[in-house]
Design a protein around this ligand. Sequence first.
Ligand SMILES: [Zn+2]
Ligand SMILES: [Zn+2]
Length: 107
Amino acid sequence: MSNAALLCIPERWRLAHLNYAAAHGYFWIPCPLCGYEFGGHEWRHIDGKRAEVYLNPAEPATGTAICPPCTRAGKGEEPPGVTDLICFCAECVRRRDRNGIKAEWAP
Ligand SMILES: [Zn+2]
Ligand SMILES: [Zn+2]
């Protein structure tokens, strides 16, 4: 799945994101830090700040994460021992390219 399409949905269009999450099997949950509801396709690292995510790569819809505003505010960190995150932020794409790692699924 291309990440480009969903990035065209402005973050403030919450209903569009809710529909996108429902249509593609992503979770839709309140952020555990602030209660802002968001979809599993929306979490990402922002400006090098870490999103805090707990995803099952085989079943992304079952995970949890913190919302983009909290990530942007620098509230996230990667939980210890979590190694299967597939993030499509520029930083992570570059790191995978450098290491020759192929992403299997898109958040
Ligand atoms: Zn939040
Ligand atoms: Zn990332």
